[in-house]
Design a protein around this ligand. Structure first.
Ligand code: ARG
Length: 466
């Protein structure tokens, strides 16, 4: 049962005669989620108070009082001495109310020409920029752990897969560096999202702009924004920057899930390509022999949250009329959840990869399965001037012949091979060797050890500039 509360809201209660229903109050409160914004909110308010002083809306003395009060509040929150109050709805009103207690009448002027609509957008942009910085750092951490493993395995051979079927030999280092590339795009996407969100909404007030002559360029500079919003209605309506961040995080989440899926597969006893360190595995409560790749599985599974959060944000914004609508308050829970998941996952996955023991022998042995060099056989025939389509057909027939005898193509006698083409001679066997196969893929982006080494150097240079 909800009941009436006997107090009016001190910040917006003026036009109300009745008091708020208690369920309305708790239903509309967002403090549990948005208190995360406290540090940027305070930074924004100090800058805004200074702009009010410059515009002669408040006196220098009042500015000092406000500033001191806000700094005290910041310390109290950091020391966990601040009392958050649900009846004050959100982080902005909690801080403003506390400021009134500390700075008296001066504090009652801080919101002059400002609305929570431009305030929350400013706060969220600042907060997400900082969080993106943290994410970029963690992407780099993960990329470094990948490069470190790749460096040890520029010549280790493994079966490469398509359709999860053995396809062609590759180097393990090359496969690891594919993960690096995926993460490099994630890095660029997030850096780009951060760049695009650097537009200051403050000064837009509720939706129409402020009547006070606050210096928006000064505010942008103080708060680290690259430019000013050019339309006050758009400025308070826009949540593209939240969606872009969540979108980049969901692509990153999908990448992490694919990497983790490979780690789960490779650490199974059927594959046994890698052995995971104990610190990232757990046992079973019934099967004593089990060592499960839980961290990799949880990262793989948890990535679904990033997709759900993106869908949540898109459907939250779809059909909303301009400008601000209270629905938009829900944006934070979605994007904060994605950020938390991604940052934990990046750190944990870098531990998984750093501690991964690689079973080179097993991977090498499996390069003798699946007729892995059949493409090289076709390439051999092409070099003997047979057109590729024809060469493909001949190689296919040789594969079928080998399979019907339970053999691999490299095990066939030369006399057997020559039954399919008189152009085949002894030199074919080097083409059927997996090591020769990887060495021959020696062009930019290819799997040859020398190319992989080159790419690792490019990567290391790239990482050292961050
Ligand atoms: N807590 C709100 C949010 O996050 C702040 C803006 C509220 N504005 C309003 N007019 N009620 O969106």
């Amino acid at each position: 049962m909800s009941k009436k509360i006997n107090k009016k809201n001190p910040l917006w209660g003026g036009r109300f005669e009745g008091s708020t229903d208690s369920l309305t109050q708790s239903f509309s409160a967002s403090i549990d989620v948005d208190k995360e914004l406290y540090a940027v909110d305070i930074k924004g308010s100090i800058a805004y108070a200074e702009a009010l002083k410059e515009a002669k809306v408040i006196t220098p003395k009042e500015f000092q009082k406000i500033k001191r009060g806000l700094i005290k509040i910041l310390a109290e929150i950091k020391d966990e001495k601040f009392e958050w109050n649900e009846s004050l709805e959100d982080v902005h009103m909690n801080i403003e109310t506390a400021l009134v207690r500390k700075a008296g009448n001066a504090a009652k002027k801080i919101h002059t020409g400002r609305s929570r609509n431009d305030q929350v957008s400013t706060d969220l942009r600042m907060y997400l920029s900082l969080k993106i910085d943290e994410t970029l750092k963690n992407i780099t951490l993960l990329q470094k752990s990948i490069v470190k493993q790749a460096e040890k395995h520029t010549s280790s051979i493994m079966p490469g897969f398509t359709h999860l079927q053995i396809a062609q030999p590759v180097t393990f280092g090359h496969h690891l560096m594919a993960w690096y590339e995926m993460l490099d795009r994630d890095f660029a996407r997030l850096a780009d999202a951060k760049h695009r969100m650097s537009v200051l909404p403050l000064g837009s007030a509720a939706l129409a702009g402020s009547r006070y002559r606050i210096n928006r360029n000064f505010l942008a500079k103080k708060l680290g924004f690259k430019s000013l919003s050019r339309n006050s209605i758009d400025a308070v309506s826009d949540r593209d920057f939240v969606i872009e961040t969540a979108s980049s995080l969901s692509i990153l989440g999908v990448h992490l899930s694919r990497v983790c899926e490979e780690i789960v597969l490779w650490s199974s006893s059927q594959f046994a390509y890698v052995n995971l360190s104990d610190e990232v595995c757990t046992g079973s409560s019934i099967m004593p022999q089990k060592k499960n790749p839980d961290v990799a599985e949880l990262i793989r599974g948890g990535s679904s949250k990033t997709i759900a959060n993106l869908m949540g944000l898109l459907s939250l914004m779809k059909n909303l009329p301009l400008s601000y609508n209270r629905d938009m308050q829900e944006d934070k829970a979605f994007v904060f959840d994605s950020l938390n998941y991604i940052n934990d996952s990046l750190v944990l996955l870098s531990i998984v990869i750093r501690g991964m023991k690689v079973n080179i022998k097993k991977m090498e042995a499996e390069c003798k399965l699946g007729q892995i060099t059949a493409t090289d056989l076709a390439d051999y025939l092409v070099e003997k001037s047979i057109p590729f389509r024809k060469a493909h057909e001949i190689a296919g027939k040789i594969v079928a012949h080998a399979e019907s005898n339970g053999m691999q193509i490299f095990e066939l006698e030369i006399s057997e091979l020559r039954k399919f083409s008189k152009l085949i001679s002894e030199d074919v066997y080097s083409y059927l060797d997996p090591v020769e196969s990887i060495n021959s893929r020696n062009l930019i982006g290819g799997t040859a050890p020398s190319q992989v080494k080159k790419e690792i150097n490019v990567a290391k240079k790239n990482l050292s500039t961050r």
